[in-house]
Design a protein around this ligand. Structure first.
Ligand code: 13P
Length: 252
C-alpha cells in the first residue's frame, strides 16, 4: 500500500440517530489502538441534524464529518425553507460535503444545480466529495466513459480549488446491489478519469475514490486498484463492526 492517506468515507444516507454515536466511538477506539501507524482519514456523513452533535463529541485527527448535500443557493442565510447553505454547514462542524450522488440526481439534481452546489461549497472551503457514475443501461450500451466525462465537464468550472475535491466513481448499478465492477474495468475507468482531469483542468494527481457495495470481502480486490485513494461506503458503514472489518482487511 502507498504511504498516501486512504479515505474511508461513510455515507449514512437516511439512517442514524444520536444513539449511533457509539458506532463512531467504537471506530475511533479501534483506529487509535489498532491502526495507528496507517495513514487514513475517516469521514462520516450522517444526516445533517446529527453532524454538530457527533462533531462535538468526537475530537479525532483521523475522523472528520461531512454533509450528504448542500443548498445550491449562493447565500449564507435567507428565505429558503428546508435549505442548508455551505456557510451553515461549515459552522455546524462539517468539513466535507457529498455532491452529485446518483440518489440526489434521481431526486432532481441536474448538471447546473450540481455546478452551483460545487461552487458554493468551494467558496466556503468545504471539501467536496463529487460523485459521478453511469446507470446500468449506459454501462450496457458502453457509454460509461462518455457519461462520466459529461458529468465532470458539465459541473466543474476551471477555477475551482481542485485540492479540495475528491472524485467518487459510483456506478449506479453497483450501489446497494452487491455487485462491483471487475478490477480491469475499474483500472480502465480510473486511468481515463485521470486523463480527463489532466486534459481539462490540469489536475495532475486527482484523488479518486470508488463507491458501490464496498464490504469487508470485496475490499481485498478493490484495494488492488492503482490510483484509488479510498472508498465511499453506504450500508457497510452503518455499524462499527462492518466498517472496522473493511479497514482491517484493507490493511491486512
Ligand atoms: P452502498 O455501499 O450501500 O452500495 O452505497 C454506496 C453509496 O451510495 C455511497 O455513497
Amino acid at each position: 500500500m502507498s504511504s498516501k492517506s486512504t479515505y474511508f468515507i461513510a455515507n449514512w444516507k437516511m439512517n442514524g440517530s444520536p444513539k449511533d454515536l457509539i458506532q463512531i466511538k467504537n471506530l475511533d477506539f479501534f483506529i487509535k489502538n489498532r491502526f495507528k501507524k496507517h495513514n487514513k482519514l475517516i469521514v462520516y456523513c450522517p444526516p445533517q441534524p446529527l453532524i454538530t452533535y457527533f462533531a462535538k463529541k468526537i475530537r479525532s485527527k483521523n475522523i472528520k464529518f461531512g454533509s450528504q448535500d448542500v443548498s445550491n443557493n449562493n447565500f449564507a442565510f435567507g428565505a429558503f425553507t428546508g435549505e442548508v447553505s455551505s456557510h451553515i454547514l461549515k459552522n455546524s462542524g462539517a468539513e466535507y460535503v457529498i455532491i452529485g450522488h446518483s440518489e440526489k440526481r434521481l431526486a432532481g439534481d441536474n448538471y447546473n444545480t450540481i455546478k452551483q452546489k460545487i461552487n458554493n461549497a468551494n467558496q466556503n472551503k468545504l471539501k467536496i466529495i463529487f460523485c459521478i457514475g453511469e446507470s446500468l443501461k449506459e454501462n450496457k450500451n458502453k457509454n460509461s466513459l462518455l457519461i462520466l466525462k459529461k458529468q465532470i465537464l458539465a459541473s466543474l468550472e476551471k477555477g475551482l480549488n481542485f485540492k479540495n475535491i475528491l472524485f467518487a466513481y459510483e456506478p449506479v448499478w453497483s450501489i446497494g446491489t452487491g455487485i462491483i465492477p471487475s478490477q480491469s474495468y475499474l483500472i480502465k475507468v480510473f486511468s481515463e478519469l485521470k486523463k480527463i482531469l489532466i486534459r481539462h483542468y490540469s489536475v495532475k494527481s486527482p484523488k479518486l475514490l470508488y463507491g458501490g457495495s464496498v464490504n469487508a470481502q470485496n475490499i481485498q480486490s478493490l484495494k488492488m486498484i492503482p490510483n484509488c485513494n479510498g472508498y465511499l461506503i453506504g450500508g457497510a458503514s452503518l455499524t462499527s463492526k462492518n466498517f472496522i472489518d473493511i479497514i482491517q482487511n484493507y490493511y491486512s
